[in-house]
Design a protein around this ligand. Structure first.
Ligand SMILES: *[C@@H]1O[C@H](CO)[C@@H](O)[C@H](O)[C@H]1NC(C)=O
Ligand SMILES: *[C@@H]1O[C@H](CO)[C@@H](O)[C@H](O)[C@H]1NC(C)=O
Ligand SMILES: *[C@@H]1O[C@H](CO)[C@@H](O)[C@H](O)[C@H]1NC(C)=O
Ligand SMILES: *[C@@H]1O[C@H](CO)[C@@H](O)[C@H](O)[C@H]1NC(C)=O
Ligand SMILES: *[C@@H]1O[C@H](CO)[C@@H](O)[C@H](O)[C@H]1NC(C)=O
Ligand SMILES: *[C@@H]1O[C@H](CO)[C@@H](O)[C@H](O)[C@H]1NC(C)=O
Length: 433
């Protein structure tokens, strides 16, 4: 597991079993531990046995991983480097240097950025068949390249990285490529990082974006993940809450768009017409619930239609973390429910019924080319996108809570235990470094 960040971390470790299946067959951890309410904390020394380390002279900020199971290799994106490693022992197969050129660096520094910021931080690393699609900040001049997966030095294509990769390595972005080859990126589109965007490009669909400079759609978001599930793309993020009366608050969100959205006509031109978002609730119940409002990391377990998330308390309160899991069906329920809507900036946000309570993305068969494919009225699409109902997790209380630390990453593995029981091993990872 790994986390992105502008850290000075120069080695990167990986649990060989990727998702730590051996935990329960391990003498210091008993299977009973897995069913206890108070979960055991496994010391690093114990995990060391399943860890391998990799470092490379001059490389740091190992921020992106992509697994290539066909070739048994792991692709790693670091500052100014890409690596191919053996999946079993993370030993080096190939290193490809990918640094910004001198002119780009100088121009970056002349705009007031530091030497450290004016490097190439890999922020998108996705496999797609026999190619690798990867983007880097490239000294605040984002660029994307398609490379040969069996030889990552071989660049097949190079395109502008704007709206696909952030300028600033600190910005939290995410991206995926769908089975049909469309890139969905959640990032910022401008140098100053004030214009966040959910952007679709490449593939055969028209490029679409979220509404520009509209803080009701996205308000200072930190993007966490994006998944292709059924007819939709789901984005997970945290953002400053709108429609909230108690001062500035950060909420965690899931947003959804139809993959077959073609954008509006006259209204919402080149813009999503199917964008909707809902709040995720991860809290400890009580007379006054204790909220873990800030989503940090997610894990999608498709076999169970579950999304696990690490949530932390707000930055300026006491540190604490929780893991909650959300059923895709409860996400759908929230999207089928009423919207919240504000008539004008002076009035309160009000619940309003959902005009299409069981909204399905229109299909190409139902409408000819150039027609709307999404069944939503554009007037509705423009004003109704925030759901009134909150997505509740599968359990009243979090699956796990941990005081005093802010966990940053998680992965979930289903393990066959004694007596045919299935155990869910949910390692959470502490502060990076
Ligand atoms: C790592 O594993 C690969 C194949 O699994 C093997 O060829 C290679 O020699 C191993 N390297 C080290 C350093 O153990
Ligand atoms: C990989 O690609 C680079 C750049 O095209 C080329 O110089 C090199 O010979 C290739 N390596 C192999 C093993 O094919
Ligand atoms: C990105 O997320 C990390 C971890 O939550 C946070 O510390 C950092 O401040 C975020 N970056 C920005 C620019 O907000
Ligand atoms: C979140 O969940 C808690 C615990 O179940 C519940 O008490 C609270 O009302 C929920 N909050 C929202 C906003 O749905
Ligand atoms: C998720 O929701 C579906 C449909 O309501 C239900 O059948 C399933 O048991 C739920 N899964 C979990 C893990 O709660
Ligand atoms: C979409 O097209 C159908 C049929 O052409 C029409 O009835 C419907 O009003 C249109 N919806 C929108 C959102 O324009």
């Amino acid at each position: 597991m790994w986390c992105t960040g502008l850290g000075a971390v120069t080695t990167f470790s990986l649990m060989v079993a990727l998702c730590c299946s051996q935990f329960v067959s391990q003498p210091e951890i008993k299977t009973e531990d897995c069913t206890r309410k108070e979960h055991p904390i496994v010391p690093y020394r114990v995990l060391r046995l399943w860890m391998s380390e990799f470092s490379h002279s001059g490389a740091k900020d190992f921020s992106q991983l992509a697994v290539d199971l066909n070739r048994g290799q792991l692709i790693v994106g670091a500052r100014n480097f890409l690596f191919r490693l053996h999946l079993t022992n993370i030993s080096l197969i190939q290193a490809a240097e990918w640094a910004p050129d001198e002119d780009t660096k100088l121009s970056c520094q002349s705009k007031g950025k530091t030497e450290d910021e004016c490097q190439n931080y890999v922020r998108v690393l996705l496999t797609s068949g026999s190619t690798l699609f990867t983007c880097g900040t490239n000294a605040f001049t984002p660029v994307c390249m398609t490379r040969q997966i069996s030889n990552i030095s071989e660049v097949l294509d190079s395109i502008n990285g704007v709206a696909r990769c952030p300028y600033d390595p600190r910005h939290n972005s995410t991206a995926m490529i769908t089975a049909r080859g469309e890139l969905y990126a959640a990032t910022v589109i401008d140098f100053s990082g004030r214009d966040p965007v959910l952007y679709r490009s490449l593939g055969n669909m028209p490029p679409l974006r979220s509404a520009q400079y509209n803080s009701k759609w996205l308000n200072e978001p930190n993007f966490v993940s994006v998944y292709e599930i059924g007819r939709f793309a789901y984005f997970f993020f945290r953002e400053t809450a709108v429609g909230n009366d108690c001062g500035k608050m950060v909420f965690s969100r899931v947003a959804r768009v139809c993959k077959n959205d073609v954008g509006g006509r006259f209204l919402l031109e080149d813009t999503w017409t199917t964008f909707m978002k809902a709040r995720l609730n991860c809290s400890r119940s009580g007379e006054i619930p204790f909220y873990f409002n800030e989503l940090q990391s997610t894990f999608h377990l498709p076999e169970q239609d579950l999304i696990y998330g690490i949530f932390t308390t707000n930055v300026n309160s006491l540190s604490a973390s929780a893991i909650c899991a959300f059923n895709l069906s409860s996400i759908t329920t929230a999207f089928n429910g009423p919207f919240r809507f504000q008539e004008n900036p002076r009035t309160a946000w009000q619940p309003t019924p959902n005009p299409i309570p069981n909204f399905q993305c229109g299909t190409l068969d139902e409408a000819g080319p150039g027609q709307n494919l999404t069944e939503r009225s554009l007037q509705d699409a423009q004003r109704l996108f925030l759901m009134n109902d909150v997505v509740q997790p599968i359990t009243v209380n979090p699956l796990l809570t941990q005081d005093t630390v802010r966990l940053s990453c998680l992965c979930v593995d289903v393990v066959q235990g004694a007596g045919d029981r299935l155990y869910y091993v949910i390692p959470g990872f502490g502060p990076r470094g």
